[in-house]
Design a protein around this ligand. Structure first.
Ligand code: ADP
Length: 384
């Protein structure tokens, strides 16, 4: 009996121990499963982050190269990939990448500017920065940037400022001299002549400032003032602007070739300014008592406005350059006519703002035809 009791007690004890062990084992299994689930989720998150990071780096237009502390590539985005085993200019970029990495590896930030002849001609900037954490260097990052457009804009801006200063210096200097001469002059006739010249110079400065303001307004315009307007109205408004110049030189402006029912979708003020500038030039660079013609037509999906004169014309070598700011074929003549050299830049800008183009045909001594091409308007004038 005692023996039986002992057996029962022992087997009960064993039974509960086994039960506890199984329970503990089951619990550990579910804990492991739980942990495995967390690890899997974390891996998925990391994979997603990795894909996002890779896509983001590939979306960056600059080339990015990340290296370890021995200078071996750890990561290259798509823009930097093109330099690997490249030829010509891109091979020089790859060489510069290695040079700057070598500097960054010894803790020195480095920079190289490459002037690649092309074509296309490019300016590439290559910079490297050491990567470190608590005085421990663990690699470097290289940034490769195509700065050609930025440099070009900087150059244009610098030239523009230099040109304005030069253009304003002449009339302002003349004004100073004239004022000084007048102050010591007793002869009334001379004083009157000098004061007329002063007025002319003052007008020249004012016109230059007006044209500069016009140009900067047109350049900054975001095109939100476009509306359907009658082309005939635009041309008559532009003609009105040059009425006094035409009258002074007895020049007739013939609008018989202007269609009365054409509509253009434009910034009216800008187009009046463009046509006005062409008409002003046509009057300025034509003989007295001549005629300037304006014609309009539809050509495919374009509307064309032509301003035709039979004036002095433009030499072939200058035709390409007349749209540049401050460019004049004949400085002395432009000075005489009060030109600023900005009129055709304004015209070109207006047309580019409207998705259009400007063309010129000219024969020296025979005349010029400037044609503005605009995308076709919305319909007929009675539909406005
Ligand atoms: P400007 O104020 O000097 O007229 P523009 O930019 O309007 O400046 O024109 C640039 C140059 O192009 C002028 O100086 C002139 O030499 C030439 N030009 C423009 N239009 C004509 C034209 N219709 N006939 C002859 N030359 C022209």
């Amino acid at each position: 009996m005692t023996t039986l009791l002992v057996v029962v007690v022992i087997s009960t004890a064993f039974g509960s121990m086994a039960f506890a062990w199984i329970r503990a084992k089951r619990m550990r299994c579910s804990e492991v499963e739980e942990n495995l689930k967390i690890v899997n989720e974390r891996v998925e998150q990391l994979e997603l982050m990795n894909r996002l990071l890779e896509a983001s780096l590939n979306a960056v237009p600059q080339g990015l190269v990340v290296c370890d502390d021995e200078g071996s590539d750890i990561l290259r985005n798509a823009a930097a990939q093109v330099f690997v085993e490249a030829r010509h200019g891109d091979a020089l970029v790859e060489q510069a990448i290695h040079e700057v990495i070598n500097s960054a590896l010894i803790g020195e930030p480095a920079h190289r500017d490459l002037d690649l002849i092309g074509p296309p001609q490019r300016m590439i900037s290559v910079s490297a920065l050491p990567l470190s954490e608590r005085n421990h260097r663990f690699g470097s990052v290289v940034i490769v940037d195509d700065v050609s457009e930025r440099r070009r804009i900087d150059d244009v801006r610098r030239d523009f400022v230099a040109n304005i200063s030069h253009e304003l210096k002449t009339p302002v200097g003349a004004l100073g001299l004239l004022a000084e001469t007048i102050s010591t002059e007793d002869d009334l006739e001379v004083v009157q002549r000098l004061s007329r010249r002063m007025t002319n110079e003052a007008f020249r400065v004012a016109r230059m400032i007006d044209d500069l303001l016009d140009l900067s307004r047109i350049e900054a315009d975001d095109g939100d003032k476009t509306e359907a307007v009658s082309l005939y109205q635009v041309i008559t408004a532009a003609t009105e602007r040059v009425k006094s110049i035409a009258r002074d030189r007895s020049i007739a402006i013939d609008l018989h070739g202007v269609g009365q029912d054409l509509v253009v979708f434009v910034d009216e003020r800008q187009l009046i300014s463009a046509v006005g500038n062409l008409l002003e030039n046509a009057c300025k660079y034509s003989d007295e008592n001549s005629t300037v013609k304006v014609e309009t037509s539809c050509a495919g999906s374009w509307i064309e406005i032509a301003v035709i004169d039979s004036g002095i014309g433009i030499p072939t070598r200058d035709i390409e350059r007349v749209f540049e700011r401050f460019y004049r074929v004949d400085r002395a003549r432009s000075r005489e006519t009060g030109g600023t050299g900005l009129g055709l830049s304004i015209v070109r800008h207006v047309l580019s703002n409207h998705g259009g183009e400007v063309h010129v045909q000219s024969i020296e001594g025979e005349g010029s035809a400037f044609t503005l091409r605009l995308p076709l308007g919305l319909g007929k004038v009675d539909e406005i």
